[in-house]
Design a protein. Structure first.
Length: 56
């Protein structure tokens, strides 16, 4: 088996590589989404803490 045969996946390359790509996108979304949300929540908490200190 050479590299070209492997990449062709027995004629099913489009379906196989598409499923790999979709899986990679989902995994990245599962990492990036919560990280962005965490960063936003930390900024919101810091902003609320600054407001509370100014009001006190």
């Amino acid at each position: 088996m050479n590299l070209n045969e492997f990449l062709n996946m027995g004629g099913y390359a489009f379906y196989v590589w598409t499923s790999y790509g979709i899986t990679l996108l989902v995994l990245l979304a599962n990492v990036i989404g919560p990280a962005r949300l965490r960063r936003k929540l930390l900024v919101d908490i810091a902003r609320a803490a600054r407001r509370a200190r100014k009001a006190a």
